[in-house]
Design a binder for this molecule. Structure first.
Ligand code: NAP
Length: 541
């Protein structure tokens, strides 16, 4: 395939990619392999996406390094040594910077550039992309590699502007780090970012006060260094390990059974506990798949909840604090599990205090601290670990207009609608990487990103081979897929938590379960079937 950007449709570039994280970088590489011209526009001053911005202390991936790496290049696998079982943010960023250099990506990545709008010109079959740098780019195809967790949110708390100390958000951490020595620090939020940063901040600060609205279920990471022998063994088994990952529900190759064929309530208590212990001792997310009814039956789920409560009791010395740290308001797995190193142990320190906001509500922020109940918690700094407008936030921040000038925001007013999380009816030649309606955040993101980029690459090839100028999801196929995504989610306990999967953490956001819970293998099979059937549900124009 050869680039046609310069002589067809008056485009500047064949493929315009928004975002230079794992997804955008691989998309650029893929487009080049196809002989297409491509350019990436990235808001950050460096590559890496979420791993560029989320530099808070303790930031680390909750999927093992070996699985959270690109698989497209055996040479890259051979030359890159991950130092730990779970990579730190600096290590992942170093890896992505290495990839950018290794594959000569930087010459087509424009940094410090935020995309403001993208509009489809039907007459020319061209996307017109405008940036905050005053540039316009005309592209035949536009790929939104904008990330699922990139639009951060800071809650509007009365009096925030009156606070005289420093404020930080975990997703926009200062590049030079923060020295909390001798300081009183308040951390708001106990999701993955909070639970990773709190133990590290506690090592430095004089006092840390954790304001908890809802405790989460937290599995241990059992992190540790990878020796050269470990790495050699991992490399020997890599091909098998990756094909196993693709066959697993979450795209993570746990050594345990992918989904236990047994139901939690069918086995004896001793068997149940043994299975939970096995998964606890391995660490990570595998507990969710310990039995096939855990995410479907509340009584079954409760057995895993009790198991986790027992673990918290065993780790936290003060029984009252332990009780506050036990999630009771939603089923295990219905909110994203967290994976920790030393979170519960941090509450055994003298300088860490837990305030449960259901006992002492957060009233306002004042010049010297945070008012909770009748108490003013004086502090020098407030850390917001308050999460993201997930899955749709980064897209909503761009004014995207498809056929007839229809705005994506309008189309998605009642919740996101996509075909396979890859494409949107009415928005020809626009692709999403790990968009809503795909397993995305319920899976190993790197594996899902690669699958999407490979699929988009195949679609681009098919478009070129057919000499088509447009490629678009059919309204009917999209409708059926959205219905299927909702139907599968409705059968699960995922609907029982006020999670960011459902948009519940953002005021006014429609409550629609956004990712596809049908699992990685089913989803991959569906995507392949669509291709085999000549792109069923898509139209070439
Ligand atoms: P999050 O899971 O959405 O957690 C936000 C926390 O802030 C929650 O505890 C939430 O309480 C609290 N919060 C929000 N607004 C509040 C308010 N007005 N008052 C009091 N509390 C408030 O965000 P996150 O921790 O950044 O994690 C988001 C996702 O990013 C994760 O689930 C994960 O997928 C990803 N992530 C991954 C890693 C990793 O290890 N690879 C690390 C960090 C993040 P409620 O629960 O009550 O809403």
């Amino acid at each position: 395939m050869t680039s046609s950007a310069s002589h067809e449709n008056d485009a500047d570039v064949d493929v315009l990619i928004v975002g230079a994280g794992f997804a955008g970088m691989y998309m650029l590489h893929k487009a080049r392999q196809l002989g297409l011209s491509a350019r990436v526009l990235e808001a950050g001053a460096g590559v890496g996406g979420t791993w560029y911005f989320n530099r808070y202390p303790g930031a680390r991936c909750d999927i093992e390094s070996i699985d959270y790496s690109y698989s497209f290049s055996p040479e890259l696998d051979a030359e890159w040594d991950w130092p730990e079982r779970y990579a730190t943010q600096p290590d992942i960023l170093r890896y992505l910077e290495h990839v950018a250099q290794r594959f000569d990506l930087l010459r087509d990545i424009q940094l410090n550039t935020r995309v403001k709008s993208a509009a489809f010109d039907e007459t020319a079959a061209i996307w017109l992309i405008e940036t905050d740098q005053g540039q316009s780019v005309r592209a035949r195809f536009c790929v939104m590699a904008t990330g699922c967790l990139s639009a951060s949110r800071t809650p509007q708390i009365d009096g925030l502007e009156t606070f005289t100390g420093a404020t930080y958000h975990t997703a926009h951490w200062p590049h030079d780090g923060v020295d909390f020595s001798g300081q009183n620090v308040v951390v708001l939020g106990t999701g993955s970012s909070g639970i990773q940063s709190i133990p590290e901040i506690a090592k430095q600060a004089a006092q840390v006060t954790v304001l908890q609205r809802t405790p989460n279920f937290i599995m241990p990471a059992w992190n540790g260094p990878l020796s050269s022998e470990d790495l050699a063994e991992l490399r020997r088994g890599l091909v098998k390990r990756r094909s196993r990952a693709r066959a697993m529900m979450m795209g993570i190759p746990f050594p345990m059974r992918p989904i236990n064929a047994r139901a939690a309530l069918e086995v004896s208590e001793a068997e149940r506990l043994a299975e939970y212990e096995l998964r606890w001792s391995y660490g990570g997310f595998g507990l969710m798949a310990a039995f096939n009814d855990l995410l479907a039956d509340e009584e079954a789920n409760q057995t895993s909840v009790e198991f986790m409560h027992g673990k918290i009791r065993g780790k936290v010395h003060d029984p009252e604090v332990a009780a506050k740290l036990m999630p009771t308001s939603f089923p295990l797995g219905a909110k994203r599990l967290c994976v920790d190193t030393g979170y519960y142990e941090a509450f055994n320190r003298d300088n860490v205090r837990l305030i449960d906001l259901s006992d002492q509500p957060l009233k306002r922020i004042e010049a010297d601290g945070v008012r909770v109940g009748d108490e003013l918690v004086e502090c020098d700094a407030i850390v917001f670990a308050t999460g993201f407008d997930a899955m749709t936030g980064a897209l909503a921040a761009i004014d995207i207009r498809g056929r007839d000038g229809i705005e994506l925001k309008t189309k998605w007013a009642a919740g996101p609608r996509t075909y396979l999380g890859l494409s949107i009816a009415g928005f020809p030649n626009l692709f999403l990487v790990t968009g809503p309606g795909s397993p995305s955040v319920l899976s190993n993101m790197v594996l899902s990103i690669e699958q999407h980029v490979d699929w988009i690459g195949e679609a681009l090839k098919a478009i070129e081979e057919k000499g088509a100028t447009t490629f678009e999801a059919d309204e009917a196929a999209e409708g059926e897929w959205v219905e299927h995504v909702n139907e599968v989610a409705a059968r699960t306990l995922y609907m029982k938590a006020a999670s960011w999967y459902l948009g519940a953490n953002v005021e006014g956001k429609p409550r629609v379960f956004m990712p596809y819970v049908g699992g990685v293998p089913n989803y991959r099979a569906k995507c392949s079937q669509v291709v085999r059937e000549g792109y069923a549900g898509f139209s070439f124009g």
